[in-house]
Write a protein that binds this ligand. Structure first.
Ligand SMILES: [Mg+2]
Length: 281
């Protein structure tokens, strides 16, 4: 597992301007939760009135993100960070185009060593099977494994990559939709959090402008790097405590909002708490 310690020193008095949010379990309304649907309408209006910038940060790939946006009627964000931080897309005329400066940055970070080198080094590992081409990205090499082998194969793959001196690292997870393991090979140091910090330093906003909302362990780095942080009420057990501890250790307890409501409603509570959005009428 690769979650490098990423931090910046926020200026807590700087006003928030942008919501960056995880989708599944966070911004997407929970099934049959009318309060979540109402919260989504509030975000719609706020965005239409240019009260806030909006960034989606998700492990999904672009097509899956666009499908979720359509299925759940989500507002169109200005930016989408997807593929576990290996791709950034910019909204232009309602179309999402890869943000070329980020591709250049990752090319530089990997010294131009591309996915073909990774595939050839990992090819001899039994049980590590490349996923279908539509699941692959320029900077994300994705494998499937038996669920029980995912950690051991990710460890082995990391050793192969290190021995070959390739600037890539492995991220292991279980497929939430099928009983199988997933191993993603990413440029060293890349995560949702690193991509968001990079974006906030290269787009039309700054890290101090950002509120980040999340619900699970893969949001931990983005929740603790220094952004204002919202942990929704339906978050994984213990997540809010881990975020609280990490921020308190840096004297940044004020950066955390623990929502008492789940998913979209909790995100809305947090955006009001941090004064990105006005209080309810
Ligand atoms: Mg989530």
């Amino acid at each position: 597992m690769l979650y490098p310690v990423l931090q910046f020193n926020p200026k807590p008095d700087h006003p928030a301007r942008v919501l960056a949010t995880d989708l599944d379990g966070t911004f997407i309304p929970l099934p049959e939760n009318s309060d979540n649907r109402d919260a989504l309408s509030t975000f719609y209006q706020a965005q239409a009135q240019h009260q806030m910038g909006l960034v989606y940060a998700t492990g999904r790939h672009l097509d899956s993100t666009l499908a979720a946006m359509q299925e759940h009627g989500l507002p169109l964000p200005d930016w989408i960070v997807c593929d576990v931080g290996t791709s950034i897309y910019h909204c232009q005329n309602s179309d999402y185009l890869p943000f070329a400066p980020y591709q250049d940055f990752l090319t530089e970070r990997t010294y131009g060593i591309d996915r073909a080198a990774v595939e050839s080094v990992l090819h001899p590992i039994d049980g590590l099977v490349l996923q279908a081409p539509e699941r692959q990205q320029r900077f994300k090499i994705s494998y499937v494994t038996a669920a029980r082998d995912v950690e051991s194969l990710a460890t082995l793959a990391s050793q192969y990559l290190a021995n070959a001196g390739l600037p890539y690292a492995c991220l292991a997870s279980l497929n939430p939709f099928h009983p199988e393991g997933l191993v993603d090979v990413l440029p060293l140091g890349t995560s949702k959090a690193s991509a968001l910090i990079w974006l906030a330093s290269h787009a039309d906003f700054t890290p101090d402008d950002v509120i980040f909302a999340g619900d699970s362990g893969n949001d931990l780095a983005a929740l603790t790097c220094g952004f204002r942080a919202i942990v929704v009420a339906n978050a994984a057990a213990g997540l809010a405590d881990r975020v609280a501890e990490a921020l308190a250790a840096r004297g940044l307890s004020r950066q955390l909002f623990r929502a008492s409501l789940p998913a979209t409603s909790g995100v809305l509570q947090g955006c009001r708490h941090f004064q990105l959005l006005p209080p309810p009428p």
